[in-house]
Design a protein around this ligand. Structure first.
Ligand code: DQA
Length: 144
């Protein structure tokens, strides 16, 4: 099983960015952590980050070729991007949305997620464990 793990804008700053909200671990730390889970699930992950909405959309389109599912943290595009929502719906590759923070406990503009409307589900608030839980849930769904 091949899973694309997509990360949106500013997540490359993890480790130094708003540590009280996002903790001190870097994207690389999260990738290393998730690779361990992936191994136990017999899943292969490809881990990517982009600050560009169009690059994220291109990755979603390309995922039709060779990926069984997507884990996506769209970051701030969660709250603005109808285009990312349409891309996920358009390709029909099952996706799970994840967030490090609990977006529902933060500012009201973070309570809305466009992509979540077309995802299998959303996991938020567990730090890097959100990625692990998302991957487990997606692999479980794909194995049915
Ligand atoms: C985030 C939550 C978003 O609201 C925010 O814009 C981010 C990170 C998270 O993982 O908690 O950049 O997606």
């Amino acid at each position: 099983m091949r899973i694309l793990v997509l990360n949106g804008p500013n997540l490359n700053l993890l480790g130094t960015r708003e540590q009280t909200v996002y903790g001190s671990e870097t994207m690389q730390d999260i990738e290393t952590f998730l690779r361990q889970t992936a191994q136990t699930l017999n899943a292969e992950i490809v881990f990517k980050q982009s600050n560009s909405e169009s690059a994220l959309i291109d990755e979603i389109h390309a995922s039709r070729d060779g990926f069984d599912g997507i884990i996506i943290n769209p970051a701030a595009y969660t709250h603005t991007s109808i285009a990312i929502m349409d891309a996920i719906a358009g390709v029909g590759v099952p996706a799970v949305e994840v967030h490090l923070s609990n977006i529902h406990a933060r500012e009201s503009f973070r309570h809305t997620s466009y992509p979540a409307r077309v995802c299998v589900g959303q996991i938020c608030g567990f730090g890097k464990m959100s990625y692990e839980l998302g991957l487990r849930a997606l692999v479980h769904r794909l194995s049915k």
